[in-house]
Design a protein around this ligand. Structure first.
Ligand SMILES: *Cc1c(COP(=O)(O)O)cnc(C)c1O
Length: 381
């Protein structure tokens, strides 16, 4: 059994993908070929924003966004502690200071009440310029952007949506990657929409940001490539990856997102009375980058994971260490919040196989194995 079955997806889409790859090889426009522009237009249409800019990966997407927003040394950016490392890394790379905020136990996303507390504390206790919030759509569920926007407006902060895992999700029909001043995503193969290597994209409705980011993406170009007006990056999406993403985006829109939601519901129906299953609030849709359970304690979580492994069922711990516990941030003095939920999540979460090419039988087998393991654990076996 695969945790994310990319081979099954390729089997289904192989002729379309092969044809598209062949076309790129024949055209030999490997950098910024026409597929890149076509993909950007389709992504912007799907997400419902004016501008989409593809780039080399989801981390660069965040870096380019921070550069366009002018985030620099002396600035503070509020980020969740319970996330993938990139979310904080890009802030440090920009020379700014990440301030870690705890997550909501139910949604895995940044806790907006604690966010406001951290903002007030940072205002009173630091000399940093409070600049922005990076809210993450963790495991596919959009962060609570209604509340985050209210807080950002109150304290005059910019919002960046890290939608690396959120692509396809929505709030009241409005798609993920459309929230905030700038939103980003990743096409790393295991993300809800993945390519066959690294890739990423940036979304905005702001023309000035878009123009700036287009320049930053290619060495800070001015009117043409050899006119350099600012320091930038080399961060383009390969034409080959764009050509691979086009049929994958079609499948994502046509059935993959629905299949993910169908399987998530099957998991929840079978497991919810025995273990804490993911909470999705009214109006929210998740793209189920991960389907993640919360156990009562670390001992039980580890026991269940080992039992699943014995039965040939892969599972993953995302994330075993919150940001504020990473050794690079060990001596860090800007943990203004109580980060107990992030710490307890790291000890108790377990993600089950999740992808659009599962079968009902597979879900049943996995659920039965989980339930059996829980029962054995409770019986002290
Ligand atoms: C995967 C991921 C990223 C980084 O994306 P890459 O394409 O791997 O650089 C950033 N943030 C989150 C939350 C992610 O899951």
């Amino acid at each position: 059994m695969e945790f994310i079955d990319l081979k099954a997806q390729y089997k289904k889409l192989d002729s379309k993908i092969n044809n598209n790859i062949k076309k790129v090889l024949n055209d030999s426009h490997f950098i910024m070929g026409e597929e890149v522009k076509t993909l950007e237009k389709e992504l912007a249409d799907y997400v419902g924003v004016k501008y989409c800019l593809t780039c080399a990966n989801g981390t660069d997407a965040l870096t380019i966004a921070l550069m366009a927003l002018g985030i620099k040394a002396g600035d503070a950016v509020f980020v969740p502690s319970f996330t993938f490392f990139s979310t904080a890394e890009v802030v440090s790379l920009a020379g700014a200071t990440p301030i870690f905020v705890d997550s909501d136990q139910r949604t895995f996303n940044i806790d907006f009440n604690k966010l406001e507390k951290a903002i007030i504390k940072a205002k009173n206790e630091t000399n940093l310029n409070l600049k922005a919030i990076i809210a993450v759509d963790l495991f596919g569920l959009p962060a609570n952007f209604k509340e985050i926007k209210r807080i950002a407006e109150k304290y005059n902060l910019l919002i960046i949506e890290d939608g690396a895992q959120g692509f396809g999700g929505s709030i009241d029909g409005k798609k993920a990657c459309s929230f905030g001043d700038i939103a980003t995503t990743s096409f790393f193969p295991a993300k809800p929409l993945g390519c066959y290597g690294d890739g990423g994209a940036i979304f905005t409705n702001n023309k000035d940001y878009y123009d700036l980011m287009e320049s930053i993406r290619v060495h800070g170009k001015g009117t043409f490539k050899y006119d350099n007006v600012r320091i930038g990056l080399n961060s383009r999406l390969d034409t080959l990856q764009a050509a691979i993403l086009l049929p994958k985006l079609e499948a994502f829109k046509e059935y993959e997102l629905d299949e993910r939601n169908k399987f998530a519901k099957m998991y929840t129906d079978k497991l919810k009375d025995y273990v804490k299953t993911p909470f999705v609030d009214e109006g929210f849709v998740s793209s189920w980058a991960q389907y993640t359970l919360i156990f009562d304690n670390k001992d039980e979580r580890d026991y269940v994971q080992n039992r699943l492994k014995d039965k040939g069922i892969p599972s993953m711990i995302y994330y075993c260490k919150p940001m504020h516990k990473q050794s690079v941030y060990a001596d860090y003095s800007f943990n203004l919040d109580d980060l107990c939920v992030s710490e307890s999540l790291s000890d108790t979460v377990l993600s089950l196989p999740m992808h659009p090419y599962m079968s009902g039988d597979q879900i049943n087998d996995i659920c039965n194995a989980v339930l059996e393991s829980i029962e054995d654990y409770k019986n002290g076996k």
